[in-house]
Every structure is written in structure tokens, then in C-alpha cells.
Design a protein around this ligand. Structure first.
Ligand code: LMR
Length: 396
């Protein structure tokens, strides 16, 4: 029976890692998949995480099943990180949440929940958005439309056009927003723009679906939660998919959280049973390990302070790599001003070059990044920035 299924092309993001691995060029540069790398190109285990692993090894005394919602300490700690201590929705007992296998798992089960609520609703995603949003939401059987977001020519957000489009979104539809560090563009909404989105949601009656995969990598852990906290505090319903892949460096452990802010505590109870039944029908319950580590870190003052300092160190380093690249491009005589890269936030930058130029830099110079021109800023280092800028100037 399998012969009916064709060979599929490589994943537009994950496929880059395979192509990079197979490239024999010793000077190759990997700016593809969004993982943090240090100056040596390594993705280290955070020191706070390593300590939490040692604690877990000594204290975990059973491998029996965990509860269907996941590690409760993890959920509580993450809700505080996302919403802030004493957020009104928490005090009013309106928040349902389950641990999920990664941010992807959260996006997928939340999409299934939306489908249960209204199989006809449309999810509006930014143009562009993270490539995997489309299958994660679309495979749940939901319709997807795009709203204008980023203008390549000016390398900035088309906010007026975004607003004009959102004014047409109907009650009950869902608008996917990136909580911070927009993937792929690195262009984030300002606090004033979040306020406008809130007013639109109140007026139109659409439900925000916020993907928070990079909290702490933009302006800081608290600042990056601005949008999520504002919308949750002022709307009856908001959904959030959060990930610990990047800010805890727990990529392979698949640690995510699905959050549903509901209108009343009674609805919260029903929705908690619904999301758990969706998870039960797909993977039963989440793996506990990564969540248990985050629980340990977030509930130990010393480890939490250490983790926060590590997140800040990654954030500041990525910011300095932006400057390094922009300065190097100017030094190499690039005929375009790349200063916009300094203003973008988080792990990614959209270089605003054509797919043909991206292909050319890959084949001629073994520099790997996504066709859209998204680069992983964390893949830049003092060692490769010269070669990278030379290659970019060559294909421009
Ligand atoms: C990325 O955008 O590169 C990461 O989120 C990894 C992935 O799964 O695509």
C-alpha cells in the first residue's frame, strides 16, 4: 500500500541541517535551524539545566505515568513566567493549561481544540509566518488565511495594512500572533501596536492565538511577555502556545505549554477536560522529563537567578552579533544599508534578499539559511562573520 505515497521534498527548515551536514566544504556556515550556538558553534546545555538534571537524577523515584495535564509545578511556573505573578486571569481561575510535547505539540492540540469549537473558523496568520505553522494548524483541518505583516522593500512591519486586514476578520475567527521575536522576520509589534491589536480584537470579536517560542530573547523575559499579558488581561478568550526549546535550551526534550484563557471558571473546567481528551487521543500524556527540569529551575531561587542570567547572556550576545554582521557588511562595501538587522529582535533576521540570492550563496559559498532569507543570528561568530559578509556582498 505504501507505493501510493510519493517522495516528499525536504522540510524547508530542518532539511537545511541535512544539506549542511553533507556539504564537504570545511568553511561552510550554518544559519539555518533556530538553535542557539556559542562562539564555538556549539549548542551547550545551560548550566542551570545541567544542575537541575543532577537534582532530578537524585530525587526522581518512579517512572510511573504522570497526570494527564503534565508536571503541575512546570505548568504553574510557566504560567507565572508568561502571565506574571498575580495576573487577573490566574486570580479569577480562568486559565486552563496542559504541558505539551514542545511548542509544536501545543500549537497542534490547540488547533484541534479550535476545530472542536468551530470546524468552520479561519485562522489568520502573518505573511510571512513560521513555515511549520501551516501544517500544524492546517493538518487539524482548519482554514488558514494571511494578513499582511512584513514589507521586504522597507524591511519593516506593514502595520497599517495589517490593521486594515484585521478590521475584516469576523467574530469567532482566530488571529495567530507571535508574542515576541517574530519568526521569520525578527520584526516585533511595539507596545502601542499591541494596544491597537487589542482594540481590534475587542471590536471584531476575534480570538488571539499567541505563539511564544522565544521569551527572553527579544527585550528581556518580562518585556517579551507584554503582548500576551495585555491581551489576556483584557479579553475573555486568548490561547497561547509556549515553548522551552530556546530559552531553556531544551530543544530535544520537547517541552511546551498549551494555555487557554477562558471567560469563566466553569468554562475553564470544561476546556481543561477537552484539551486533555485531545492529547489523550494523540499521545496520551506529555513526556515528563523536560517539564520536571523547568519545574526545578523555576522553584529554586538560586537556579532561577542563574537561568535568568543565562537567558540574558544569550540575548545580549545575539544582539551584539547583529551589530557585528551589519558593521562587517558595511566594511566589505555592501551597496545596501543593513542597519535594519540591528533593530530586529531575537534569534532571526530577514535579510530581505531574493530566493535566487539565497540559493547562490548556498551553492557558491556553502552558507546555509532559509530560502525566505531568514538567518539564524546565533550561527554568526567572530570566526565566520568575515566570510559570511564577503559571501553576502558577492551575491547582492
Ligand atoms: C526554527 O524555526 O528554525 C525552529 O523553530 C526549529 C523548527 O522546528 O523549525
Amino acid at each position: 500500500m505504501f507505493e501510493v505515497l510519493p517522495l516528499l521534498p525536504a522540510d524547508p527548515i530542518l532539511g537545511l541541517s541535512t544539506a549542511y551536514r553533507e556539504d564537504p566544504n570545511p568553511l561552510k556556515i550554518d544559519l539555518g535551524v533556530g538553535v542557539y550556538k556559542d562562539e564555538q558553534g556549539k549548542t551547550p546545555i545551560l548550566s542551570s539545566v545541567a544542575k537541575a538534571q543532577r537534582i532530578l537524577l537524585q530525587t526522581e523515584d518512579s517512572k510511573t505515568y504522570i497526570t494527564p495535564q503534565g508536571v503541575q509545578g512546570y505548568i504553574d511556573g510557566m504560567l507565572e513566567l508568561l502571565l506574571g505573578k498575580g495576573h487577573p486571569t490566574l486570580l479569577e481561575d480562568r486559565v486552563a493549561a496542559v504541558q505539551a510535547p514542545g511548542g509544536c505539540g501545543a500549537l497542534r492540540i490547540l488547533s484541534e481544540l479550535l476545530k472542536r469549537c468551530d470546524s468552520e473558523l479561519t485562522v489568520w496568520v502573518s505573511d510571512p509566518t513560521w513555515a511549520n505553522h501551516i501544517p500544524l494548524i492546517g493538518n487539524a483541518g482548519l482554514k488558514i488565511e494571511t494578513y499582511p505583516y512584513f514589507d521586504k522593500a522597507s524591511a519593516s512591519i506593514k502595520f497599517d495594512q495589517m490593521v486594515d486586514c484585521l478590521k475584516q476578520v469576523k467574530k469567532g475567527d482566530v488571529v495567530l500572533l507571535h508574542g515576541c521575536c517574530h519568526n521569520p522576520t525578527g520584526a516585533d509589534l511595539t507596545e502601542q501596536q499591541w494596544q491597537v491589536v487589542l482594540e481590534l480584537a475587542q471590536k471584531q470579536g476575534f480570538v488571539p492565538f499567541i505563539d511564544v517560542a522565544y521569551q527572553g530573547f527579544g527585550d528581556g523575559l518580562e518585556q517579551d511577555a507584554y503582548g500576551v499579558r495585555l491581551l489576556s488581561a483584557n479579553l475573555p478568550e486568548v490561547i497561547v502556545a509556549a515553548s522551552c526549546s530556546k530559552n531553556f535550551g531544551l530543544y530535544r526534550e520537547r517541552v511546551g505549554l498549551a494555555v487557554m484563557v477562558t471567560a469563566t471558571p466553569t468554562i475553564r473546567k470544561s476546556i481543561q477536560t477537552q484539551i486533555q481528551s485531545i492529547a489523550r487521543g494523540i499521545y496520551s500524556m506529555p513526556p515528563s522529563y523536560g517539564g520536571a527540569l523547568v519545574d526545578i529551575i523555576l522553584h529554586d531561587d538560586e537556579l532561577k537567578a542563574e537561568w535568568k542570567a543565562e537567558v540574558e547572556q544569550m540575548r545580549v550576545r545575539m544582539q551584539s552579533l547583529r551589530h557585528l554582521l551589519v558593521d562587517k557588511l558595511a566594511e566589505k562595501g555592501a551597496d545596501r544599508d543593513f542597519n535594519f538587522v540591528n533593530k530586529q529582535k531575537g534569534m532571526f533576521s530577514y535579510l530581505c534578499i531574493s530566493p535566487e540570492q539565497v540559493q547562490a550563496i548556498r551553492t557558491k559559498h556553502s552558507v546555509y539559511f532559509v530560502d525566505s532569507s531568514r538567518v539564524n543570528i546565533a550561527g554568526i561568530s567572530q570566526n565566520n562573520v568575515d566570510a559570511l559578509a564577503t559571501a553576502l556582498v558577492d551575491v547582492l
